[in-house]
Design a protein around this ligand. Structure first.
Ligand code: ADP
Ligand code: MG
Length: 473
């Protein structure tokens, strides 16, 4: 007689619960939903691919033990992964526990047909049965684009354009901001929204580098006309990183014509740049003046609350629930850009997975100590604390603690001084890493050390030695 799936799973959970710490149980087993039990196969639903891999890597023996006890040796476990990115539910993907790990192919992207004589300049086969590709990545949506003061205007303009492409006065829409602040995400979200709501419109995303390369190839092959004709067919053109047009006169000229034509025909143009239009050097004035016709909106570095919201969103997308203190710690530790923040979350997951540990504050600290971004070792507050405690032979708990003894206060102030010099952390975040001190204490520490360095050669030498350790003077 087939027993009820829930009962079987609950019995499995009881066995599992005995074998692991409570926090791990909560994180990795409570979110699981038992779906069905058929032919000795128990199907459980897990929130993400990462979640599934984690279970397989860390708890496969425990799961096996539970299945053995409840279903028997011939019992099988099947996972069903709910891919839920930004609220858009996709059908679950089934994976057998015995099967190799799958890589999920991106969903096919199709667009409306065009006359076959307009050949696409894209290298990849583009005209797939006369249908055009948008080159949009469906993972970028408005739903998973966290709103904050840093992006409110740009996001609102983006939504307006997404709802009424080519109709608002936001044409062109120019989004600018530093690296990793979410320009590509935002403009792709606009593209995906338009594509999803207007099946007739041909939306095209292209990086300026690719646009330039296509143009160069077109010149070489003597078919610039074809190149232009292709772009004139586009209803919504998204050109990413236009700063790369600088100095490329011929490409600019061609883009100028495409721009004018599209704009006059009421087509939407969306662009991004790593700097404001007035700072775009090597761009023709007539092109620059076009960029200013519509709407220019910038993206700033996200503040603490937005960083926390972004981390929570990323974790939610992966179906993991880590202690809030870890989230807060990460948000206080990385405040340069979102890409870096994501990189650290990924490293953290990787470290947890490799070391078979849960994600806790200790793991977050040790991950940050060794973080490497773009093959350069980044100085983190953890690295500074490690060096300073080593150098002065004081305990970390003392640096973070309340002691006002000179032997503790001095190293603490030096560490704060170095944190200000070598990281981009705000005074508030630096204070957080020193036992939650407020920003005025941090300012005082920095002033004290810089003054002491002017007047006291020994202190100057000592701080310089530490500075050299981090690649400073
Ligand atoms: P840019 O193009 O400005 O260099 P990206 O758009 O590539 O930056 O963003 C870098 C990463 O940060 C991406 O993975 C993106 O999804 C993420 N990201 C940036 N801003 C946000 C945000 N507001 N909410 C959620 N994720 C964000
Ligand atoms: Mg980008």
């Amino acid at each position: 007689m087939q027993r009820e799936v829930r009962t079987v799973w609950n019995n499995c959970l009881r066995i599992i619960q005995e074998g692991i710490p409570e926090q791990s149980f909560k994180t990795w087993f409570e979110p699981i939903v038992p779906l069905k039990l058929e032919n000795h196969t128990l199907t459980i639903q897990v929130p993400s691919q990462f979640f599934y891999e984690w279970l397989e890597e860390n708890y496969v023996h425990l799961l096996r033990k539970a299945i053995d006890a409840e279903i028997g040796r011939h019992g099988l476990l099947e996972y069903s992964i709910t891919v839920d990115k930004g609220g858009e539910k996709k059908p679950p993907i089934d994976i057998r526990v015995t099967a190799p790990k799958p890589s999920m192919p991106p969903p096919p992207q199709r667009q409306r047909t065009v006359e076959p004589d307009i050949r696409s300049p894209f290298n990849l086969p583009d005209l797939d049965g006369n249908e055009l590709t948008s080159y949009l990545n469906p993972i970028y949506t408005f739903d998973n684009y966290v709103e904050g003061d840093c992006n409110r205007l740009a996001r609102a303009a983006g939504i307006a354009v997404a709802q009424k492409p080519g109709v608002t006065s936001f044409n062109p829409l120019m989004v600018f901001g530093g690296v990793g602040l979410g320009k590509t995400h935002l403009v792709q979200a606009i593209g995906n929204h338009i594509k999803g709501h207007n099946s007739g419109k041909f939306v095209l995303y292209v990086s300026t580098e690719k646009f330039t390369n296509q143009y160069i190839i077109a010149v070489r092959n003597n078919n610039v006309q074809n190149f232009s004709n292709f772009y004139l067919r586009v209803d919504v053109l998204i050109l990413d990183d236009v700063q790369f047009l600088s100095g490329k006169e011929k490409t600019q000229e061609t883009f100028f014509h495409i721009f004018n034509h599209l704009h006059q025909s009421g087509k939407q143009i969306i662009m991004t740049s790593d700097r404001p239009p007035r700072e775009l050097q090597g761009l023709e004035d007539r092109l620059l003046s076009r960029f200013k016709w519509g709407m220019t909106a910038d993206l700033q570095t996200p503040d603490l609350e937005t960083r926390i919201a972004i981390i929570l969103k990323k974790l939610q997308a992966d179906g993991i629930d880590i202690p809030y203190e870890v989230v807060e710690y990460l948000a206080h530790s990385i405040d340069t850009n979102v890409r870096e923040l994501e990189g650290v979350i990924v490293s953290l997951m990787a470290h947890a997975s490799l070391n078979r540990r849960d994600i806790d504050l200790d793991l977050a600290r040790s991950t940050l100590r060794h973080i490497v971004v773009d093959s350069e070792k980044v100085v983190t507050v953890e690295g500074i604390l490690e060096a300073v405690t080593g150098h002065f032979n004081v305990e970390l708990s003392e640096l973070k603690g309340k002691s006002r003894k000179k032997e503790t206060v001095y190293p603490r102030q030096v560490a704060m001084y170095l944190a200000k010099e070598f990281t981009d952390l705000s005074l508030k975040s630096i204070g957080y890493h020193f036992g939650g001190r407020d920003h005025s204490t941090v300012i005082h520490a920095i002033q004290t050390i810089s003054e002491a360095m002017q007047t006291n050669k020994k202190i100057q030498a000592e701080v310089n030695q530490l500075q050299r350790h981090f690649g400073g003077k």
